[in-house]
Design a protein around this ligand. Structure first.
Ligand code: ADP
Ligand code: MG
Length: 146
């Protein structure tokens, strides 16, 4: 469990996660609107060597960035009840890292191995907790916890 007092600290947690990521890793970001899912993704992107500005994919559903590893940044809030409208496999079996805001809405369409990152508001700060599903995600979580 990590705690951030502000946006910069939440990005730093994202960078810490980003440093441990490998191709085909999948992160599900869970948290209310404004919890900080996009903010933590900015930190992940920084650690992946991405210099482009990360914009919320709320309306585009998917944004792709080039870094040391490609980053596939998805926000599935708008398609949550119709997951067939995107082909997740294009990302999950690609060369990059997949980060899915509101990924829990995909339910049974999720891959068998993913790390869930749960962001909760606590007054001005944010708590960040993890749930690892599958072998690789457990390994990833150990690496994040150091
Ligand atoms: P989401 O993608 O989960 O909807 P965003 O990352 O887009 O959330 O937005 C988070 C919002 O919360 C930003 O406007 C940010 O300024 C604000 N905020 C306030 N306190 C914090 C904090 N401690 N950590 C991160 N963001 C914070
Ligand atoms: Mg967002």
């Amino acid at each position: 469990m990590f705690y951030s007092h502000n946006e910069a600290e939440l990005m730093a947690i994202g960078s810490r996660i980003g440093q441990s990521l490998q191709a085909q890793d999948v992160l599900i970001l869970t948290g209310d609107l404004g919890a900080g899912k996009t903010t933590i993704t900015k930190g992940i992107a920084k650690a992946l060597g991405i210099s482009q500005m990360i914009k919320s994919p709320t309306y585009t559903i998917i944004r792709e960035y080039e870094g040391n590893l490609p980053l596939y940044h998805l926000d599935v809030y708008r398609i949550g009840d119709d997951p067939d409208s995107i082909d997740l496999d294009d990302f999950l079996f690609g060369d990059g890292v997949t980060v899915i805001e509101w990924g829990e809405l995909l339910a049974e369409n999720l891959p068998s191995d993913y790390l869930e990152v749960i962001i909760d508001k606590s007054s001005d700060g944010r708590q960040v907790a993890f749930k690892a599903k599958g072998k690789r995600s457990k390994e990833l979580l150990e690496s994040i916890n150091g």
